[in-house]
Design a protein around this ligand. Structure first.
Ligand code: PMP
Length: 404
């Protein structure tokens, strides 16, 4: 018999499982609001024009297929951190360790591995990573598998469908000294609820007072405001206020490079020696895991960010994606009111980024699936990127029917 014959079958990933169910559905009205990947107004995957142009250039170059260094493509990493930290955060870029990662997930995992090895911890225990409640479902698994302890802090208020800021501050104030706080830089997944200026200020103070470390997850830079600089303000403010942040960047969404796995991990330090030491350890972590990162996706980003015209085009199309989503939020709210819903759907329009935390219950989500072939996660999260002028009326009607 096989040595694996006793292996129990594990559960399907909740989010990826939705797409499987959606694909099997025969209804002509079916709508996939599960996965957080951008779709155009025809509901189709969208490849940005500058990405297509960069791809053609690369093909003409007949580029080689050699290994990248373990740390990745340096030019790409430099461009990536410049996009995040900007020009005016007072940061000495010579003190910032950086590494090309397997997108945002890989950056978070590398951060987790680095933290379990090198963040000084009490009683020999692994560091605690505090996640907002709720957070992206994969966060807990990433840090657990990297050997961290995982905790949480209050973040979302079910009643107001906004921030529970009092609860958040209290939980951070009571957190174990030296904890790591995971902060969504913008466009919080799954709630679409972000800190405003004054809240960033208070969180920064508490993180400093408690000697905590801020770990930013920036997977949606550009998707809150349409402007990459505005969306990086939380990170930049922390840096200006002296925090030595850790930052996981993903270019899946804002460059639409999902399957290319383009990301960057950076760690702000005090000196060039520290930067070099951290990078040396990141290489030691990556070498036995996957050895070298992939070459193509980062070359596309490099090509775009090296060419002013392409960069402008990218920023414009990025803004267009954010605006289309914003437009769909408005149409969905108006549609719900139009079909006679008496509930308050203001949050659909107010929340940021790719997701709307609708407030639909698990039973209502289940009815949407069974009666209307509308697919979303059981927590009521709607990927607004899947909403189009073609399906928003159908969706509003279906949502009204299961909530009235
Ligand atoms: N962080 C958050 C909050 C996300 O929503 C995602 C994507 N769903 C990621 C990180 C990582 O995505 P990727 O690995 O594709 O960059």
């Amino acid at each position: 018999a096989s040595r694996f014959s006793a292996t129990p079958r594990g559960p399907e990933d909740a989010i990826l499982g939705i797409t499987l169910a959606y694909n099997a559905d025969q209804s002509p009205h079916k709508v996939n609001l599960g996965v957080g990947a951008y779709r155009d107004d025809a509901g189709l995957p969208f490849v940005l024009t500058p990405v297509r142009i960069a791809e053609k250039r690369l093909a003409q170059d007949e580029h080689h297929m050699e290994y990248l260094p373990v740390i990745g493509n340096r030019t790409f990493c430099d461009k990536a951190v410049a996009l995040a930290y900007g020009q005016h955060s007072g940061l000495d870029m010579g003190c910032v360790a950086r590494m090309q990662t397997l997108s945002g997930t890989g950056a978070l995992r590398m951060a987790g591995e680095l933290m379990t090895r090198f963040l000084s911890v009490r009683n020999g225990q692994a560091p605690v990573v505090l996640l907002p409640r709720p957070s992206w479902a994969n966060h807990a698994a990433i840090f657990r598998d990297a050997g961290c302890r995982v905790g949480g802090y209050r973040y979302y208020d079910e009643d107001t469908k906004g921030l529970d800021f009092e609860g958040c501050l209290r939980d951070l104030e009571e957190a174990e000294e030296g904890s790591v706080v995971l902060l969504h830089a913008c466009a919080h997944n799954p709630t679409g609820v972000d800190f405003g200026e004054s809240e960033w200020g208070r969180v920064s103070e508490v993180v400093r007072e408690k000697g905590m470390v801020a770990l930013f997850d920036m997977a949606y830079q550009g998707f809150t405001s349409g402007d990459l600089d505005v969306d990086a303000e939380g990170v930049r403010r922390f840096v200006r206020e002296g925090h030595r942040v850790i930052l996981a960047q993903s270019f899946s969404k804002n460059f639409g490079l999902y399957g290319q796995r383009v990301g960057c991990l950076s760690v702000v330090g005090d000196s060039v020696e520290e930067k070099e030491a951290v990078e040396s350890q990141l290489k030691i972590i990556a070498r036995p895991m996957y050895s070298n990162p992939p070459i193509v996706g980062v070359r596309l980003v490099e090509e775009i960010l090296k060419d002013e015209k392409l960069e402008i085009m990218w920023r414009e199309e990025m803004k267009g994606m954010a605006e289309r989503i914003q437009g769909m939020r408005k149409m969905l709210r108006e549609g719900l009111e139009g079909v006679g819903s008496r509930l308050d759907w203001g949050h659909v329009e107010k929340q940021n980024g790719m997701f709307c935390y609708s407030g639909l219950t698990a039973q209502q989500v289940d009815r949407l699936r069974r009666e209307f072939s509308v697919y979303l996660t059981a927590n009521g999260r709607i990927s607004m990127a899947g909403v189009t002028t073609g399906n928003v009326g159908y969706l509003a009607d279906a949502m009204h029917r299961v909530t009235k």
